[in-house]
Design a protein around this ligand. Structure first.
Ligand code: ADP
Length: 251
């Protein structure tokens, strides 16, 4: 056998090894996701009981406790609420894969309307000025896209600045994809965190400043990955942030 043949055999072996590793990685990822779904699902029931009995305890002890004990109770109530939000977010995150099959022709305008009606109490309560450019029709998962827009809009509200809040939603066509944007005039994000905010549990603030679980943007990234698109941010501290995500559209 000459050297050329050896080289071909070598690279074929490499390809096979790589393929086997990829299959193995996909298998272990799926197993981890299954585990996360089961674990978070199982955690919900005991947490529900904790919340229920805690509410009873707070109710029965009304007027009977000293201020310090009341404050301790409130801390427990707040922590159990935080844990519920965290578990719900984690469960949604783990379930995202199951929506893969539900890809269909969706209307961006209707997706945004559905998102805004879901968030109506929050939008009304915060007196948000929404600016909506026309959005296209494209192939995607309706339920995941609603969650994507909802996460980005909720963050825009949560990280608002001192000026009246404005959120602008737009879409622009490039040769191969649609690029959507959610722009706010909030507190902004330092440049050095433009990438790591999309990593699970990465947060730039303490819980005492802003509530949250650090799952929202990781979930957004996962949804955009499912659509074979990209997500990124451009921002200036004190001026606002624009989150962009692309959805491939070969037409
Ligand atoms: P959470 O909001 O639960 O903290 P996210 O994953 O949604 O988690 O966001 C990660 C971090 O990115 C946030 O803690 C915040 O620091 C930053 N961030 C996200 N969206 C915005 C925004 N619109 N304006 C300013 N900072 C933001």
């Amino acid at each position: 056998m000459d050297e050329g043949n050896l080289c071909v055999v070598g690279s074929l072996n490499d390809v096979n090894v790589l393929h086997e590793r990829e299959v193995e990685l996909m298998r272990s990822n799926r197993a981890l996701e299954e585990l996360a779904v089961i674990a978070t699902h199982e955690m919900r029931e005991p947490l529900r009981m904790i919340e229920l009995y805690l509410a009873l305890l707070v109710d029965r002890s009304k007027g009977k406790l000293d201020v310090e004990t009341q404050e301790l109770m409130q801390t427990v109530v707040k922590s159990s609420r935080r844990m519920k939000v965290f578990i719900d977010n984690l469960l949604n995150f783990s379930r995202a894969d199951r929506f893969r099959e539900n890809f269909e022709l969706v209307d961006g305008v209707r997706i945004l309307e559905e998102t805004l009606s879901l968030l109506k109490p929050m939008l009304d309560g915060n007196r948000v000025r929404m600016i909506r450019d026309p959005l296209p029709k494209f192939i995607g998962s309706r339920s995941l896209l609603v969650q994507l827009f909802a996460n980005l809009i909720q963050n825009a509200i949560k990280f608002r600045g001192k000026v009246p809040l404005e959120i602008k939603i737009s879409a622009e066509r490039t040769t191969k994809e649609w690029v959507f944007s959610v722009q706010d005039n909030g507190i902004g994000i330092p440049r050095e965190h433009f990438d790591d905010i999309f990593v699970m549990f990465r947060r730039l603030h303490a819980h005492s400043e802003y509530s949250g679980s650090g799952i929202g943007l990781a979930f957004c990234k996962k949804i955009v990955d499912h659509h074979r698109g990209r997500i990124w941010v451009e921002s200036e501290v004190g001026k606002g942030s624009t989150f962009f995500f692309s959805i491939p559209d070969p037409q």
